[in-house]
Each structure stands twice: as C-alpha cells, then as structure tokens.
Design a protein around this ligand. Structure first.
Ligand SMILES: O=P(O)(O)OC[C@H]1O[C@H](O)[C@H](O)[C@@H](O)[C@@H]1O
Length: 281
C-alpha cells in the first residue's frame, strides 16, 4: 500500500484514508465510493450529516455521493441512480509527484448493477489529493455493444459555517432552471441562500468561488459536465437523515449532467471531474 494510504473501519464500513505530509487528508468508503471527509488546512471542508444512515445499504447524506447513471428522478431508476449504494473495489493508489496522493475505486457491471440496468460498463472514481486541493474524476468505459446513455453528478456537500452568510460567485448570467418554482431564468451574481434552493445551471467555463464568511473555496469542473446544480433544502423541509437546522451548514455544488443525457458509444469512454481548491486567507 502506498505510504499515506491506510484502511480503517468507519462506523463499521470499510474506508480508506489518504494523508499528505502537511496533514491534509480524506476518507472514502468502498460503499458508493462515497467520500465522507476532506480536511484541508486543518478544517473539514465537507458536510456529513450526523443522522446519516451508515448501514452499507442506504445512500449517505453528505460528503460526495456519486450519482450515476441517472440524476434525481429523471428516469426509471432509483433517485440519483444506484452506484452510490453499491460496494466499489479498490483499484490502486499512487503517490504522484508534487506531494500528491491518488486513489482509484472501480465498479463494474455484475448481478448487483444488472438488477437495475442491463448495461455493461466500468466506472472509476479517482480521488486526487494535493495540499489545499481535491480533484474527483469519474471515468466511464462503455464495455457494452450498445450505446450507454447517462445523467449524473458529483454531488458535493460543501460545509459552510452559516448558509445565510454564504455566497456562490461565477454563475451570474448562466441559464438557470429553478426546479422549486419551475422557472427558467439567468443566474444572479452572486447566488445567496435565504430559502429552499434547487437550481440547475448551464455550466460556466470559469471556476466558481464559494464564500463562507472569510473562507474561500474555488470549484472548477471539466467541460464534459454540461451543468452545475446548486442545492440547499432551506428551513422547514423535513428530510429524515438531516436535523432541523442542518441546512444552515452545507451547500451542495454539483458537477452534473441533468437536462440532456451523455451518450458514450460502444467501447467508448467519458471523463468528468470536479476540483475544489481552498484559498489561503
Ligand atoms: O436526497 P437525495 O436523493 O440525496 O437528493 C438530494 C438532492 O440532490 C440534488 O441536489 C437535487 O437537485 C435535489 O432535488 C435533491 O433533493
């Protein structure tokens, strides 16, 4: 095992830890290839609900769910697809130059995936940890003789101190679909969060900036994702695995493909990433 990588149980679930010499670290579960923690600069950057069900079956609330091959309820599959609920294999870890560590998890089609979806495929999630930076890359390989069509997301729950003081910059002027009101419009600059917020944006070509009080995180995504989803449930929305005031402490900013599917030809590949960088104060 590469130095900086260790295995540990997390609430009874197998997890892997990557740790850099500067103390930055992450923890990913084999269940769903679900990233549940990213600590940079001594601070947890992801929100994980203390009410999350960690039984190795249910979807986990917080961290980074991998939504594939369906976003939300936009198709016949379970909400956000099924890969977030299946065990992934560990394919390998490497220490790359420049003091970075990377780890790849793999999910191949089999009886568990065919229970939902007939498609043959390989999905890989690579977590690349650098000082102050995390990149998640989803690689798909269509190993089938049929085209593979999907929607999905890297559904990142960024931890924030106070959603009322949080702003997201960089989606101003982008085509916006407000799915709460079913209204099409253009993104404001900056986005602010005072009530339930669930909107799909045409992806911007430049990184976004998440402002949480004095803290700044830039969020970039590959051009292969067509959309960015921004979600916060707001006050008063009962979600069983969130406490009543949990909405104050996260903002989901998701590299996503929502309004139109991506189609990968037989034998073809697709790659999409999201990169988050903590800026020095
Ligand atoms: O509760 P989940 O299945 O994890 O979905 C959580 C949320 O994901 C996305 O952000 C969607 O835009 C929301 O409409 C949805 O509520």
């Amino acid at each position: 095992m590469a130095s900086g990588l260790s295995e540990e149980s997390f609430h009874g679930l197998p997890s892997l830890l990557l740790r850099l010499p500067n103390g930055d670290h992450l923890r990913v579960l084999r269940h769903g290839a679900h990233l549940v923690s990213w600590v940079a600069g001594g601070q947890e950057r992801l929100y994980l609900s203390p009410k999350s069900v960690l039984d190795g079956q249910a979807a986990i609330r917080g961290g980074v769910p991998v939504c594939f091959p369906q976003f939300n309820m936009r198709g016949p599959l379970p909400k956000h697809g099924f890969v977030r609920n299946l065990p992934w294999a560990v394919e390998g870890a490497v220490r790359t130059p420049a003091d970075a560590l990377s780890l790849t998890l793999l999910l191949q089609d089999g009886a568990a995936t065919r229970a939902y979806w007939p498609q043959a495929f390989e999905a890989r999630l690579t977590l690349l940890l650098r000082p102050s930076e995390l990149q998640l890359t989803l690689d798909l390989h269509n190993t089938d003789t049929q085209p593979l069509s999907f929607s999905g997301a890297l559904h990142t729950y960024f931890a924030v101190d106070d959603i009322a003081q949080t702003q997201l910059e960089g989606l101003g002027g982008q085509a916006e679909w407000d799915s709460v009101r079913d209204v099409h419009s253009q993104g404001a600059e900056p986005l602010c969060f005072t009530e339930e917020f669930d909107r799909v944006y045409q992806a911007a070509s430049r990184p976004l900036t998440l402002k949480d009080g004095a803290a700044r995180v830039t969020i970039a995504q590959s051009a292969s994702w067509g959309h960015t989803v921004v979600w916060n449930p707001g006050a008063g929305k009962a979600i069983p695995d969130l406490t009543d005031d949990a909405y104050r402490h996260f903002l989901c900013v998701e590299a996503a493909q929502v309004l139109t599917p991506v189609t990968v030809p037989p034998g073809g590949t697709w790659q999409g990433w999201q990169r988050s960088t903590v800026l020095a104060r």
